[in-house]
Design a protein around this ligand. Structure first.
Ligand SMILES: [Zn+2]
Length: 109
């Protein structure tokens, strides 16, 4: 994986975590929602997303950064952040999940 994508991933997750402080409850919810997406529409891509969210949860619980093993998801988030300033897809960007939105003055209203 190109190191610039790894950097973009780190920055993107940092920005995301900044606006959504990741509690165990939120990480658990994220894992369950990825699992649901996989259940509704199974694909290899979704399977990596499930593993990535599982890795984020266990990282919080054990300090072991398992999520790095979910390379396709890490790469996907890194690429999105490099391109648009948000780790989420355009469809899923909630308008409150990234730096891009934070710089928007409407964020504060
Ligand atoms: Zn966003």
């Amino acid at each position: 994986m190109p190191s610039n994508l790894i950097e973009a991933y780190k920055q993107g997750m940092l920005a995301y975590d900044q606006y959504h402080p990741q509690t165990i409850g939120l990480l658990w919810d994220a894992f369950r929602s990825e699992l649901h997406e996989f259940y509704v529409k199974p694909s290899q891509d979704e399977a990596w997303d499930v593993f990535h969210s599982f890795g984020r949860l266990t990282w919080k619980l054990t300090g072991i950064p398992l999520f790095w093993l979910a390379k396709p998801t890490v790469e996907k988030h890194g690429r999105r952040f490099a391109e648009s300033g948000c780790i989420r897809s355009a469809r899923n960007c909630l308008g409150n999940c990234c730096q891009k939105d934070f710089n928007d003055e409407s964020y504060f209203q």
